[in-house]
Design a binder for this molecule. Structure first.
Ligand SMILES: [Ca+2]
Ligand SMILES: [Ca+2]
Length: 310
């Protein structure tokens, strides 16, 4: 009997060790692709962004704009770029400070340039600065940092850390014992759809508020957070959405788990909300001041909260 108990304890210890060992780099976000040749994870972002915004997005995903540490990195990124023949012929990668041929750019297309004043005011850029791009022919060139292009994020597998408390392969989640859940407020802003995908790729979901106590946790986290690029810094997207109702109908707000809000356990809206004020507000946000809900335009760029239940 004693022997059996000791053996079971051994199995437990071995399993924990294996989890910690395998956890160190065996997995990452599900939207990244692993290459065994470089032992690193990559994601090709098809949306165009300035170099500064691209860096923010990679960082928010726990990676970096791709630093080229071997020619194989360029092979992987080039392969990803080739999948999208219709896209811009270049993608941001990390700037290495070396000399590269300059990419001729039509600078008159101001739609493809992030407002210079925003970046200068954020101290992110000097006018005329050049950053590195990977071109469709597989070469590294330079381009104006403020122009918008797709981009490649990368993280080495050795930099991926397993969080044994939240059972997740990304950083930034905080565990709350009373909720038996972990939460993260990413340091960048996104549309509701992008936020949904972001949390999903990390193994969590957009937060579902199930009680007043959980509302307080979320509110306290958003109060001290800073979502770079948010259009309205006091609103954060949550896992609540409604379909556009038929003419004359009212939106039926549900959680992403398809519960009504009373079923989920929290159904408190700001005064006068949901008001569908611009006729296009079908996504739920939480207000940092009082932690109550407000309906917002799903395409707005806002901060958001992810939850990972245990
Ligand atoms: Ca919850
Ligand atoms: Ca509203």
């Amino acid at each position: 009997m004693l022997f059996k108990k000791i053996c079971l304890d051994c199995v437990d210890i071995i399993l924990i060790c294996l989890t910690l060992f395998i956890g160190a780099g065996a997995q990452f976000r599900s939207d990244y692709t692993y290459s065994k040749h470089t032992n690193a994870y990559y994601k090709f972002h098809i949306e165009s962004a300035s170099n500064a915004r691209a860096s923010d997005v990679c960082e928010a995903e726990g990676s970096k704009l791709m630093v080229v540490t071997s020619p194989r990195d360029l092979d992987v990124a080039h392969g990803m770029l080739k999948v999208y023949p219709d896209l811009d012929g270049k993608a941001w990668i990390a700037t290495d400070g070396k000399e590269h041929p300059d990419e001729d750019e039509d600078y008159s297309d101001y739609d493809s340039v992030e407002p210079l004043l925003t970046l200068v005011s954020q101290g992110r850029i000097m006018s005329g600065t050049k950053c590195n791009v990977l071109t469709r022919d597989g070469e590294v060139r330079t381009a104006h940092c403020i122009t918008r292009h797709p981009f490649v994020c990368k993280t080495d597998a050795s930099d991926v850390q397993y969080d044994p408390y939240c059972k997740i392969y990304v950083k930034g989640y905080r565990y709350f014992d009373a909720q038996k859940s972990c939460y993260k407020v990413p340091k960048y802003a996104a549309s509701w759809n992008e936020a949904y995908s972001y949390c999903q790729a990390e193994g969590g979901h957009l937060v579902v508020v199930n009680s007043v106590a959980e509302q307080q946790v979320v509110r306290n986290l958003t109060k001290v957070a800073r979502a770079v690029g948010s259009e309205v810094p006091w609103f954060y997207f949550v896992g609540v959405r409604a379909q556009k109702p038929k003419e004359g109908g009212t939106p039926d707000f549900r959680t992403i788990l398809n519960q009504t809000l009373p079923e989920a356990g929290f159904n408190t809206w700001c005064t006068g909300e949901p008001n569908n004020s611009d006729g296009n507000q079908y996504c739920g946000t939480i207000l940092t001041f009082d932690g109550k809900f407000n309906d917002e335009d799903c395409t707005k760029t806002l901060g958001f909260v992810c939850e990972k239940e245990l």
